[in-house]
Design a protein around this ligand. Structure first.
Ligand code: MOS
Length: 734
């Protein structure tokens, strides 16, 4: 059964009533301007103290009686036939309880898992690895994108070319668009491989009980880990349980059961004891996935007025032995052109596999497109922000440009004279986009106990963004009680199903399920209170820690008093996340402004300030929302200036797989970050939430790239913008 509700959709100044059809048991969606008691108020994390004191249990902290420690032997060669693996000496070492080899007979990247052992302590396991005898037959390899693309290049997979069939998107006629242009810009842009570097490395603890498997895993998708393990071990899904209480970061590489998780479970089965396998930092860099690199040939054309007539991208990129390096997303959606063509080609090489990483493909594409936009704007003598406004067709972004420009001081900074000394300042702006509206599937259970406590139970996981806090706030709001009354239980496949924490969809997918469950629980509580208050349940509301008569709030009972009347032990209700309603806009906008200072003698770039303006639906907790954007920006600063996987072309190995040599953003590199949200009443679900973990990261490196161009007058077309590249670019100017 369904009903119709009319919602005010759009954003400030652009709201329109829209009638949407929603299922009967769905609570009326929160409306634009809804008055909340808890939602929307900056709220510190409910588990902040647990994290700060070390009491929060991460997979790394799991310790079971009799638990063994696993270690993994990795291929030292980028390409080799594995002729034999002799585990016998390792097995004989005192303290070793299990030793296994992988099924693969060919290693295709340096770092690929070859064998593994479990022992009574980690040091013994490392000793045992040294006793494993592997006979390799080294094969030719390729670890460089240009070389992998050459005719006659070494084949990564025996059966064919490294260069895959391209994916083409087009509309209009690109030739005609270029011919019609008053100015054309063409250049090649390059971005590096970025590794994930989650603070908590990948890893799992596996324990068998007969044919039942329990796994604690550092995972952003407990149900996908469960499903992968069930398939691997041919077990019914209900015989595998996966738990992730706390997770030290996940950006797309922690979805399913990765090799280390399967290895932990295999070793545990052989040893008949629980086994913990946490990767080394080196293993983390080499084998757990990465953001592919790219070479992007861009052609843009615009008419005299600054309207784009052509957008063209020919992209190649490598995810190592993995696929999915495409970067066309921003080209297809940030700016409008009647003629557009993108061609994305994945190239294989003998390096670790790619994995999704915070808006897969978008930061790459955004950097190339936005820097090209600036280069074309210069040819047309147009203000770069004005050029973007002219070609932007998203009304929310138009507003975001205004808000951001004002906050940032675009006009004033544009007019300011460039310094004559060695330190040059520059500014840049770039657009972001995404589509994080959430999906159906999650289910939640909410239980009220006779002592007035409420438990929210849902099998989602917190990748570190504050999921427990968000869900508790939604539950407290719906039930009209204080936050402290709510306890969230998450991170266990024994709980009702939820989706992986990816695609920026955790909050928009889980909050509506929890809210619906709370609405159902509330109905039951109102029915308990109604006879006491001498009113119909439909005349009652739950607010301010009470259940009260709507038109006569003096007739009320405390929430606790109502709970005391629960027959038996507790009262429970369920809710589900229903499919998205019709909604307002499926695309999310966003833009970021950056100011940099370049030391033109040393080539060092410092990011001084970033203003980030992003679409948001209903913001549940402004504090965690801002943290989310701060994180996206910081990761973008690292991508712009520091992070890169360096391969030795002679040896085919990564030369910087450590925290020392793979440079991340440090405290002194952090710019001033100003975050603003434009609230959009999207009307897709009952909480009106949109995610922004990914869009917050899309535009940062691009905006910084544009700012560096502005500062030194020449574009640095390759990331990261290291001092050598900045200086080399400046040489071309002279
Ligand atoms: Mo993300 S790349 O969906 O974790």
């Amino acid at each position: 059964m369904s009903r119709r509700v009319t919602l005010n959709l759009g954003f400030e100044g652009h709201l329109q009533p829209v009638t949407v059809v929603i299922p009967d048991d769905e609570p009326t969606p929160w409306q634009w301007g809804e008055r909340f008691e808890i939602v929307g108020k900056p709220t510190p994390r409910v588990d902040g103290a647990l994290k700060a004191t070390g009491a929060a249990r991460y997979t790394y902290d799991i310790s079971l009686p009799g638990m063994l420690y696993g270690a993994i032997l990795r291929s030292p060669y980028p390409h080799a036939r594995i002729k034999s693996v002799d585990l016998s000496r390792a097995r004989r070492l005192s303290g070793v309880r299990a030793a296994i080899r992988m099924d693969d007979t060919v290693a295709r990247f340096a770092g690929q898992e070859v064998a593994a052992v479990a022992a009574i302590d980690y040091e013994t396991a490392l000793d045992a690895l040294r006793l494993i005898k592997v006979e390799y037959e080294e094969l030719p390899f390729v670890v460089d994108l240009d070389m992998a693309m050459m005719p006659g290049a070494v084949s990564v997979f025996e059966n064919g070319s490294n260069v895959q069939r391209p994916t083409v998107n087009e509309h209009g006629d690109i030739k005609r668009g270029l011919a019609a242009a008053a100015a054309v810009h063409e250049a090649v842009y390059a971005t590096p491989v970025q590794t994930h570097v989650s603070l908590e490395v990948h890893g799992s603890v596996a324990e068998w009980d007969g044919d039942e498997l329990t796994v604690w895993s550092s995972s952003q998708g407990i149900f996908t880990v469960r499903d992968d393990l069930a398939v691997y071990f041919s077990l019914p899904h209900n015989k595998v349980r996966v738990i992730t209480e706390y997770l030290g970061g996940g950006f797309g590489s922690k979805f399913g059961a990765k090799p280390e998780t399967v290895i932990a479970a295999r070793l545990a089965r052989e040893a008949r004891a629980p086994v913990k396998v946490m990767l080394t930092r080196e293993g983390e860099h080499l084998a757990t996935g990465n953001r592919p690199d790219s070479l992007q040939k861009v052609r843009l054309g615009a008419d005299r007025g600054g309207k784009l007539t052509a957008i063209e991208l020919v992209q190649h990129g490598s995810g190592g032995i993995g696929a999915g390096s495409g970067s066309a997303g921003p080209f297809l959606s940030l700016y409008h052109s009647p003629n557009l063509r993108t061609e994305e080609t994945n190239v294989f090489m003998n390096t670790g596999p790619s994995s999704p990483m915070r808006a897969p493909g978008w930061p790459q594409g955004c950097f190339a497109l936005e820097l090209a936009m600036d280069e074309l704007a210069r040819k047309l003598s147009l203000d770069r922000l004005e050029f973007r406004r002219l070609n932007n067709s998203n009304p929310v972004r138009a507003l975001e440009f205004d808000i951001g420009a004002k906050l940032f001081g675009w006009k004033e900074k544009s007019a300011a004279p460039k310094s004559s000394g060695p330190f040059k300042r520059g500014i840049g702006v770039a657009s972001a986009a995404w589509h994080a509206l959430g999906v159906s599937g999650p289910q939640a259970q909410v239980i009220a106990y006779r002592d007035g406590r409420v438990q929210v139970v849902i099998g989602t996981q917190d990748i570190g963004t504050g999921t427990r806090t968000i869900l508790a706030m939604v539950a407290a709001e719906e039930l009209g009680v204080e936050l402290a009354r709510i306890e969230c239980q998450i991170g266990d496949t024994g709980y009702p199903f939820s989706v992986p924490s990816g695609g920026s969809m955790t909050t928009p997918s889980t909050t509506p399920a929890v809210r619906q469950a709370c609405a159902h629980l509330k109905e039951k509580l109102l029915r308990l209170a109604a006879p006491v208050l001498g009113a119909e349940p439909s005349d009652l509301e739950a607010r301010g820690g009470t259940i009260r008569v709507r038109f006569d709030p003096s007739r009320k009972m405390s929430f606790e008093d109502v709970c005391r009347r629960i027959p038996g032990d507790s009262l429970s209700a369920e809710g589900e996340r229903v499919p998205n309603y019709e909604g307002y806009r499926k695309d999310q906008a966003g833009c970021q402004f950056a100011e940099v200072e370049v030391d033109t003698e040393l080539g060092i770039v410092r990011v001084l300030k970033v203003v980030a303006v992003h679409d948001a639906g209903q913001i549940i907790d402004p504090l965690t929302a801002r943290s989310q954007v701060n994180g996206g920006v910081l990761m973008g600063v690292g991508y712009a200036l520091f992070e890169t996987r360096r391969m030795d072309p002679q040896l085919g190995i990564m030369v910087n797989p450590t925290m020392d040599d793979y440079k991340l953003v440090g405290p002194l590199d952090v710019p001033e970050i100003d975050v603003r949200f434009v609230e959009v009443a999207n009307g897709f679900n009952n909480t009106g939430v949109m995610g922004f973990g990914e869009p917050a990261h899309v535009a940062t490196a691009a905006a910084i790239g544009c700012a560096v161009y502005d500062a030194i007058g020449v574009p640095v077309r390759s990331l990261p913008m290291t001092p050598d590249r900045v200086l080399a670019a400046m040489e071309t100017k002279a």
